[in-house]
Design a protein around this ligand. Structure first.
Ligand code: PLP
Length: 449
């Protein structure tokens, strides 16, 4: 909307001099200063607009600056920014009530955190205290956050720098039909073999030593891996059989992302603990939550829960969350996410796969999709290597830059482009993004052998 190159220059200079950025070699980045945003778009200081096909880091579920969220933050800031967690606060209580109503089954109690990692830390703590057991089983190809416990349960290279890790974490392979660890030929076989593998790990580890099993309902940054029909139900049964707490990480999949309020509803499964963050406030103020089953919460009626945070249930964050949830209900946002997935993104991405030889697979639901890029469709060789970064990203990095130049912001993890726009996106906006993708996939097509 405005050109303010003086501010842009200062932001750029101070950022490079003093802001230490996440997951980066500090000398190899050049962060673009952003001046503003609204809805599905944000813009730089030259006024160039970008359609956000990643909802930032998969969290602006209502887009930027939703008026009801902004108004609620302002109102709560005027009334009471903060009260410590030993008191009861109106936005906190009302948001917990709203989540309890929306969450499936007996997920009725909410422990608030500042983000997703802390939610997972506290889920681990709850599972351990509840069962009196120690071990946590977690999947390879997963991301659960960057605090010490959360990064330990993470099953990707982001964990390596934090090792030695917390004790008692054992990894297993979840299902991934396109690159099966179990040599499966189809989804059904992948489901059966992945469940048999999990049972085998439990046997070797000793069920009586395992407090919890944690999974992302649909794996996010590790490739948008939708579990085959029956897998999560199978994990549920295994947990019940062995008295293990089932934890689903819904940090990305929660709050409408998959076309359901929570991703697990789409699979007909209720975990014992469900962790959330990101979309809970549409990202406007940091907030996370562990949604706790009545059964587990009741175990702490007379017993102290040894966990806490200075900002647990922060009123300003919860006011943003309450407004976001209310707006989502009033405006049919979850329904829109489902419609966009069924009618625009799903068919549109499958068309791109038909047309572009570098696309090996597309998968997802709602506003949560992945495009997996390959060198060769027969061999399924990844277009860029495992754990590629910087220059190793080659044509995929180029594709990202070309999309940005054309006004489309993408989130790319190795050889997978994540398609996760705000859930308020219109069919026209989604089509506009798909059209740009169609253009830039020519770049990766040239790398196909
Ligand atoms: N769990 C999942 C599935 C995530 O995608 C993320 C973040 O990307 C986290 C947990 C960690 O959340 P946070 O960065 O808010 O700590």
């Amino acid at each position: 909307d405005f050109v303010d190159m003086e501010t842009e220059e200062r932001v750029r200079r101070y950022d490079r001099a003093h802001v230490f950025h996440s997951w980066s070699a500090q000398g190899k980045i050049d962060p673009l200063p952003i001046a503003g945003g609204r809805g599905c778009e944000f813009w730089d200081f030259e006024g160039k607009r970008y359609l956000d096909f990643a909802s930032q880091l998969v969290y602006t579920n209502l887009g930027h600056q939703h008026p009801k969220v902004v108004a609620a933050i302002k109102e709560q800031a005027e009334r009471l920014c903060v009260i410590q967690p030993a008191f009861a606060s109106q936005p906190t209580a009302e948001l917990a009530h709203a989540i309890a109503e929306l969450a499936p089954g007996d997920l009725e109690m909410v422990f608030f955190t500042n983000g997703g990692a802390e939610a997972n830390e506290n889920a681990i703590r709850l599972a351990r205290m509840y069962t009196g057991r120690h071990k946590i089983l977690a999947a390879y190809r997963s991301y659960h956050g960057a605090t010490h416990g959360a990064i330990t349960i993470t099953g990707d290279p982001r964990r390596w720098a934090s090792e030695p890790a917390i004790s008692g974490v054992v990894h297993f392979c979840g299902p991934y039909t396109y690159r099966s660890s179990f040599f499966s030929k189809d989804e059904k076989e992948e489901c059966e073999r992945a469940l048999a593998h999990l049972e085998e790990i439990i046997q070797y580890e000793g069920a009586h030593t395992i407090a919890g099993i944690i999974l992302e309902t649909i794996v996010g940054t590790n490739g948008i891996l939708v579990p085959p029909e029956g897998y999560l139900q199978g994990v549920r049964e295994i947990c019940d059989k062995h008295g293990i707490v089932m934890i689903l990480d819904e940090v990305m999949t929660g709050f409408g992302r998959t076309g359901y309020w929570f991703g697990c509803e789409g699979f007909g499964v209720t975990p014992d603990l469900m962790t959330c963050a990101k979309g809970i406030t549409s990202g406007a103020v940091p907030l996370g939550a562990v949604v706790i089953s009545r059964k587990i919460a009741d175990a702490f009626q007379d017993r102290v829960f040894y966990g806490g945070l200075t900002y647990s249930g922060h009123p300003l964050a919860c006011a943003a969350g309450l407004a976001a949830v209310t707006a989502m209900k009033e405006e049919g946002v979850v329904e829109n996410a489902k419609m966009i997935g069924d009618e625009v993104l799903g068919p549109g991405l499958r068309e791109l796969m038909d047309k572009h030889p570098s696309v090996g697979d597309v998968r997802g639901r709602g506003c949560f999709w992945g495009i997996e890029l390959v060198k060769n469709r027969e061999t399924r060789e990844m277009l860029v290597p495992f754990n590629a970064s910087g220059a190793e990203m080659g044509p995929v990095g180029e594709l990202g830059h070309a999309a940005m130049n054309r006004g489309l912001s993408l989130m790319i993890h190795w050889n997978v482009i994540m398609i996760a726009p705000p859930l308020i996106i219109t069919p026209e906006e989604a089509q506009r993004g798909l059209a740009i993708l169609d253009e830039v996939l020519e770049i990766t097509d040239r790398a196909v052998s």
